[in-house]
Design a binder for this molecule. Structure first.
Ligand code: PGA
Length: 270
């Protein structure tokens, strides 16, 4: 695991966009997994900017959405399909046939989820998965208690999530009670996971996910098992981390380790 601490939210988005751009330069057939929520919005803005500047061409990029509410049409403004389209896809030259989403109204939920897993495998796996984190430690819609080896499946939303969503729906009958989500096992198998977090209200959960025990009660702690997980957080979200000085120091010196002579004299702590 790597913990990258940036001064503020803009720094978090700049760093994650740079990681994606660099990965795209190495492999233009990049397979990206996209999460929703408030946190990745700044990253998506930067990706649109990169596209307009000619730094990333999305025509060979493949996208997988992380989750979806059950019952909503793709065109519903609260659907995750709409969110991704609105904030990223419609602004770049990604091909429609390269966008894979969980359908909130599938004929057969179990088969739809299994087919999604197969599709991920068929593309060779997700190169970079973008994640937020819930205050309760969830990643995607894997709420506390989710199996650490879970796959894409139906989940029952917590009463808190249902209540939080209510204001966004005019009709009570439309408020989602269920969702489809990639599982924790699915996420752990991605080649790289970028978890973004910003603000004091995420400090407690970031500390539990990074430095607490591995537990289904904090689903994000499962990233401790991920071969290449990067937590990209701002100072406020990092404020509960006991080892934050070491993470900063390791990050600053990482590039220097390429030259073995420089390992002898790492940058001094300040
Ligand atoms: P947020 O949501 O970015 O809106 O805080 C994160 C999440 O719940 O995954």
């Amino acid at each position: 695991m790597e913990v990258i601490i940036k001064k503020d939210y803009d720094g978090v988005c700049t760093e994650s966009a740079a990681i994606i751009e660099e990965a795209w330069r190495r492999n233009s057939n990049l397979v990206l997994g996209f999460g929703t929520g408030k946190t990745p919005l700044g990253l998506y803005e930067k990706l649109v900017e990169f596209y307009r500047q000619g730094k990333i061409d999305f025509s060979t990029v493949t996208a997988f959405n992380l989750d979806e509410y059950v019952g909503l049409e793709e065109s519903h403004p609260q659907s995750f399909a709409y969110y991704m389209d609105h904030h990223l896809f419609r602004h770049v030259n990604i091909r429609k046939e390269n966008i894979f989403r969980l359908n909130g109204r599938p004929a057969d939920i179990g088969e739809h989820c299994r087919a999604y897993e197969r599709k991920i495998q068929d593309t060779g796996g997700i190169d970079i998965q973008i994640l937020g984190i819930g205050k309760n430690g969830h990643i995607a819609f894997n709420e506390p208690g989710s199996s650490l080896s879970s796959r894409t499946r139906l989940k029952v939303l917590t009463p808190e999530t249902v209540a939080a969503n209510r204001p966004f729906f005019q009709d009570e009958k439309e408020v989602p009670r269920f969702c489809l989500t990639m599982g924790i096992g699915t996420i752990i198998e991605t080649k790289m996971a970028l978890l973004l977090a910003s603000g004091n209200n995420k400090a407690g959960v970031i500390a539990r996910a990074v430095e607490g025990p591995l537990t289904a009660s904090v689903p994000a702690s499962a990233l401790q098992l991920h071969a290449r997980a990067r937590f990209i957080v701002d100072e406020a979200a990092a404020s509960g981390l006991t080892n934050r000085d070491y993470y900063r120091w390791a990050y600053e010196n990482k590039g220097r380790a390429v030259d073995p002579l420089k390992i002898i004299s790492p940058k001094t702590r300040n």
